[in-house]
Design a protein around this ligand. Structure first.
Ligand code: NIG
Ligand code: FE
Length: 420
């Protein structure tokens, strides 16, 4: 189906080099006033000033979509989520409100391992149904591609069950899912006395099985005191490389362990969280090809200090923003809420936040050549917002459903407007 989208008050193309934007490059959103976009066969044919786009030889045969003087930009690419779980963790939430910490809650039987119990008990169909429901929420909120981690199974069968659920929902569409194997999320209760046995099963049993079934593109590890050490994570990354999975990491989240430096050496595609990085880490990231994927929704929800986004960008790093959607530390799937937090709490500019949520999110998934910008040949993933000016996106917060969401050239969400 061919569409010509006209009458965009502002079109943000994010046009530029097909790689993560770093430092001052993050200020450039490819702003076109009175822009238009021509899409065909799920891809962008042309995007830019209306006159130029309408001059395209295929423009006259396209179905017209009037954006109504609203802002249009690429769909958000949410590069870090844990969206497969069996229910919320309301008890943990209440305990935290009474002043208990993340670690105390885990020690009491809450935390990651309580979600593991729920996922192990759930059938694949119910995990699929749950994930499908979240997929609809992501699309309503303008997110068109989502990375989805396993990591609440923590044994071979349960990890495979999660990854198969992700595969089923991703293949059914329209939300595009990129799967990550996070067997190194926590050591499950039954293996507490045998960490080495668990590491061995991760590397020798689970990773090869995941690779054989092509169930994940990435491997991830929660490299943190009480979870996985730098040395254990390094071993997991080695086994992953042998199996053809690329590394991502939860790095320097609750404490600083040197996990980032190790991940950069291992060629991690992204290093995520980074709450506790120091100046030497900033300098490392400024030179690295690795994307710094910040998830400030988890800092908000856990009431923890934010990662140093401003200093990372000023040092020249490539920063992405993601939700970290999960039942423990960030029950939020709304990227606009994350943009609001990024601007108000971490002093990112609206331009930087939007680049971080689109092209840099794509780069955090190795999709910087096909997703995250509106340029010829790219996926026709675009969103129209109830806004005349793009700065309204991080300005208004809460209840931020998109006017419409298009995924690969197909309208997949169209919000109703209530007029009195
Ligand atoms: O990204 N850091 C570890 N994993 C998640 C939290 C998962 C959970 O609490 O269930 C995170 O914050
Ligand atoms: Fe996470």
């Amino acid at each position: 189906m061919r569409h010509l989208i006209i009458n965009c008050s502002q079109l943000l193309t994010m046009a530029g080099p097909a790689r993560a934007r770093r430092g001052a490059e993050m200020r450039s959103v490819g702003l076109v006033p009175e822009g238009a976009v021509l899409v065909d066969g799920g891809k962008i044919l042309a995007a830019g000033p209306r006159g130029l786009v309408q001059a395209h030889e295929l423009a006259s045969s396209a179905r017209l979509i009037d954006a109504g003087g609203r802002v249009v930009l690429p769909g958000f690419v949410d590069s870090h989520t844990h969206p497969v779980f069996a229910g919320p963790r309301l008890k943990d939430f209440e305990s935290r409100l009474q002043g208990k910490g993340y670690a105390d809650i885990a020690a009491e039987g809450g935390g990651i391992l309580s979600t593991v119990a729920g996922v192990r008990a759930a059938g694949r169909d119910s995990l699929v149904a749950g994930l499908r429901r979240w997929a609809g929420r992501f699309l309503e909120c303008g997110t068109t591609t989502v990375e989805a981690k396993s990591g609440y199974g923590l044994d071979l069968d349960s990890e495979l069950k999660m990854l198969r659920a992700i595969k089923a929902v991703g293949e059914a569409g329209p939300l595009e899912l990129v799967a990550t194997f996070l067997g190194a999320h926590a050591v499950p209760g039954e293996m507490k006395g045998d960490r080495e046995g668990y590491d061995e099963s991760l590397c020798a049993e689970m990773l090869p099985a995941v690779a054989r079934e092509k169930l994940a593109v990435f491997v991830d590890a929660f490299c943190e005191k009480g979870f996985f050490t730098v040395e254990e994570t390094r071993r997991v990354f080695r086994a992953a490389a042998a199996a053809g999975l690329k590394p991502k990491i939860h790095a320097e989240q609750l404490s600083r362990s040197g996990s980032l430096a190790m991940a950069l050496e291992a060629g991690a595609v992204s290093a995520d969280h980074l709450d506790c990085v120091d100046d030497s880490d900033l300098a490392r990231l400024a030179k690295a090809g690795t994307v710094a994927a910040l998830v400030p929704g988890s800092n908000y929800f856990l009431a923890k200090p934010y990662p140093p986004a401003r200093r990372l960008i000023d040092a020249g790093a490539a920063v992405a923003l993601a939700t970290d959607f999960n039942p423990g530390s960030c029950p939020c799937w709304d990227m606009r809420m994350i943009l609001s937090i990024a601007c108000t709490q971490m002093r990112m500019t609206p331009e930087e936040a939007l680049v971080a949520a689109t092209i840099n999110g794509a780069a955090a998934l190795g999709l910087e050549r096909s997703h995250g910008s509106l340029e010829p040949g790219r996926a026709a993933d675009l969103v129209c917002w109830e806004a005349e000016d793009y700065r309204e996106l991080p300005y208004y917060f809460g209840a931020t459903r998109a006017a419409w969401t298009m995924k690969r050239g197909v309208m997949v969400h169209s919000g109703r407007e209530y007029r009195l």
